[in-house]
Design a protein around this ligand. Structure first.
Ligand code: DGJ
Length: 750
């Protein structure tokens, strides 16, 4: 079963002709102006595969032991450059055979192997030895597939590589086929193994987090040994993001230097291992988490791994994230390659909690429309007997006390105000206090006769079960058929416990780790197909389900329940290392916040949220007329620049990391016609002026008009300046005090 829809729909971008590509690049100074055509080749004499794409080359060969051996990954080489045939590492000691020290593309666990394998299988006879050898290859445009096979058993592995011509990002995956006469058990499976050039000064960046504190950037030197980034929670989790970036630790400039990066597209338990071996070689493996893992692969069946995306940039970690953003917008998102700009939305969760009623929501809708909101979203509390989080999940009928006439009157009202309508759902969960659970107590993840641990008073429905999948798809389809709904906020407010599936034979029970996620993806895909206009947000009690897998099927994500605009600077900053601001929903909420009891001006809160996809989550019933005026003005401003913020090139000029007193981002429009800068100050100290802001990504010879969007530029700021001036001399802004913010705009002159 394929995890995603057809490659042609997922990769429409790859169909662009080179002339179209060059035409697009010619008008975009910020794009890699020197982009070269993608070229994939196999040299039958040297047995070397070469993928040259955008600014990178990825090269490997078949060595004398018929293993696939990594040879080079980095900046694009000249077409005329040649490689000698691959040759496995010489033996260094009886303890470390060449099979374990040779950097291989995809390794079966068998023979002498002490590094993380790409694939580990147990056969029914107890044999656990798997040695994969190269068999054949197929090249089709930007796609390369390679077939490997075990030395004696009928296990076939197809490695797939898809090169993106604009970013050089490779999408890799593996397909395991069982042609033996019986079932096998897959105990570890990677989508890909990435090998870095040998080096001893590497630094790893990764993201850690927790509820209300997602996406903290971590840095550490890579030393011998293994670092494991993972989730064992059944879903992506906020504790690590499935993303890594590795650069040289001597380079402290985030805009220059080599960076190798990758992101895994899997929304279940996952792992990425980053390992420096005994010869100080670095390899990165990624796929479903091998903890408690087993996948029963029936005879004749195939297992398709998720995708592991990898790329290279010589423009530092800033360049790496811009490549990822571009790729996500052009190739990953459901609306790729031309995602619509995100509408400004209103959601009353923080204002009303579960207390949603027809009249209350109508009153809020009127106020939201008056400030320019385009989408009105009703959150938790509209269904079943849902008065608190103790009951109702699973019973997806409209609550008759709160909405005596169904949802129609509210939806009509929202439409009459010129907005579209969205609604919250949490399809994979059930409260024990619900009709659904009373009727189907066997539908949840559980081990027979063992306790069922509740979190937030809810249990996880086992979506791997066909009847649960049918129920979930059925109620969502019905909801969308019966109501004019433009947007689903799909929530997921706990992680797994007791991940048992007692209804199937013992050796298939652990398939739950994969089948659950496949059904989740297939429901999203099917809903999108049946209701093509409906957009979906992935939310998991904040940002606990964000990855490139779910981003392929949803239009935006909720990064954090923490909506404190100052905390958000840090959370949003970390988010953008891996994910585009184009999907990053950011609400303006009330002050002081429930999170920190911190008071921030409405202007500060707006500017913080305007760095992503703007939403309003404040209690509009408490706003003053001045608040409405400010909001109206800022929503209008945002609409003027949102295309650039959401789809442009992001430069993190000063990051809020390491308790920085300042934070500055710049977004440059794809076609270079404008740029917008957001600058924040935590606290002034000892009369120091705000650091000068040196801009990036502009055309040095073009002239730009500089205007303040909000807040004050220094008095001596010229009205216009060249790109060279803006980059080298830089702009001064007048920010003093505590929690101050401003924004300015650059418009390229004809
Ligand atoms: C968690 C989400 O992150 C919130 O925005 C809200 O939708 C609540 N769940 C509702 O229960």
């Amino acid at each position: 079963m394929r995890l995603f829809r057809s490659q042609s729909s997922a990769y429409r971008f790859f169909g662009l002709t080179f002339s179209t590509l060059f035409a697009a690049l010619a008008i975009s100074f910020t794009a890699a102006a020197q982009t070269l055509p993608t070229h994939i080749s196999f040299d039958p004499e040297t047995h070397i595969f070469r993928i040259d794409s955008a600014d990178s080359s990825y090269i490997f060969g078949v060595n004398e032991s018929e293993q696939l051996q990594a040879l080079y990954w980095g900046k694009r080489l000249a077409d005329s450059d040649r490689f000698s045939p691959a040759k496995s590492m010489p033996e260094v000691a009886s303890f470390d055979a060449p099979s374990t020290t040779t950097q291989q593309e995809y390794i079966g666990w068998g023979g002498v192997l002490y590094v993380e394998p790409s694939l580990k299988i147990t056969f029914p006879d107890g044999n656990r030895d798997l040695r994969l050898k190269y068999l054949s290859n197929h090249i089709d445009g930007n796609h390369l597939s390679i077939q490997m096979k075990d030395i004696s058993r009928e296990i076939y592995v197809t490695l797939n590589y898809d090169a993106d011509g604009e970013t050089g990002i490779l999408r890799r995956s593996a397909e395991i086929e069982n042609r033996t006469g019986g079932p096998v058990s897959i105990e570890e499976v990677s989508a890909a193994t990435w090998n870095l050039p040998r080096g001893t000064d590497y630094r790893l960046r990764y993201l850690t987090g927790r509820w209300a504190g997602e996406n903290t950037v971590q840095e550490q030197p890579l030393n011998p040994g293994k670092t494991v980034l993972e989730s064992r929670r059944g879903t992506t989790g906020a504790q690590n993001a499935p993303w890594f970036a590795i650069d040289h630790r001597n380079e402290n400039d985030s805009e220059h230097g080599d960076v190798w990066f990758g992101a895994l597209g899997w929304s279940g338990s996952w792992q990425i291992t980053i390992e420096q071996d005994v010869l100080q070689q670095v390899r990165v493996n990624g796929g479903p988490n091998s903890f408690d893992f087993a996948y029963h692969l029936a005879k004749g069946a195939k297992f398709q791994t998720p995708y592991f995306y990898g790329g290279y940039s010589d423009q530092g970690v800033g360049g790496a994230s811009r490549l990822l953003h571009r790729y996500e917008l052009d190739s990953i998102l459901p609306q790729a390659p031309k995602p619509k700009v995100r509408p400004v939305l209103y959601n009353s969760w923080e204002a009303t909690g579960f207390d949603v009623t027809e009249t209350g929501q109508m009153a809020l809708a009127e106020k939201a429309a008056s400030i320019g909101v385009e989408r009105f979203v009703i959150d938790d509390g509209w269904f079943g007997q849902r008065k608190t989080d103790h009951a109702g999940l699973g019973d997806w009928y409209v609550n008759p006390q709160k909405f005596p006439n169904g949802l129609k009157p509210l939806i009509d009202k929202v439409h009459s105000l010129g907005m579209d309508f969205g609604i919250w759902v949490e399809p994979e969960m059930v409260n024990p206090d619900s009709d659904l659970y009373r009727k189907h107590p066997d539908w949840v993840l559980n081990f027979d006769g063992r306790p069922r641990t509740e979190r937030r008073n809810q249990l996880v429905l086992n979506l791997a079960r066909p009847d649960v999948r049918a129920y979930v798809y059925g109620f969502l389809d019905k909801l969308l058929n019966e109501n004019q709904i433009a947007f689903l906020k799909w929530d997921y407010n706990r992680n797994w416990s007791e991940p048992g599936w007692p209804a199937v034979p013992v050796d298939e029970q652990k398939n739950v780790y994969v089948d659950f996620i496949r059904n989740y993806y297939s429901i999203l895909a099917e809903l999108r197909e049946k209701h093509p206009g409906v957009e979906i947000e992935s939310c998991s009690g904040g940002g606990a389900r964000v990855d490139l897998g779910v981003m392929h099927l949803t239009d935006e994500v909720w990064p954090s329940d923490n909506t404190d605009a100052f905390d958000r600077l840090l959370i949003q900053n970390g988010f953008t290392y891996a994910y585009t601001p184009g999907v990053m929903m950011a609400w303006v909420t009330d002050s002081p916040t429930w999170v920190n009891n911190r008071t921030l001006s409405l202007q500060y809160r707006f500017l913080s949220s305007m760095q992503g996809s703007l939403g309003i989550g404040a209690n509009l019933n408490k706003w003053t007329p001045e608040d409405f005026d400010t909001a109206k003005k800022m929503v209008a401003q945002y609409k003027g620049i949102r295309e650039t913020v959401q789809h442009g090139s992001l430069y993190r000029i000063i990051t809020p990391e390491h308790d920085s007193q300042q934070s500055v981002t710049e977004s440059v429009a794809r076609d270079g016609h404008e740029a917008v800068v957001f600058a924040f100050l935590h606290s002034s100290r000892e009369n120091y002026p705000y650091p000068r802001i040196h801009l990036h990504g502009l055309n040095p010879t073009a002239r730009y008009r500089i205007t303040s969007l909000d807040g004050k530029l220094a008095d001596d700021t010229p009205e216009t300046a060249s790109g060279a001036w803006l980059e080298n001399r830089g702009v001064d802004v007048d920010l003093k005090g505590d929690f101050q913010a401003m924004s300015f705009h650059l418009e390229r002159l004809p």
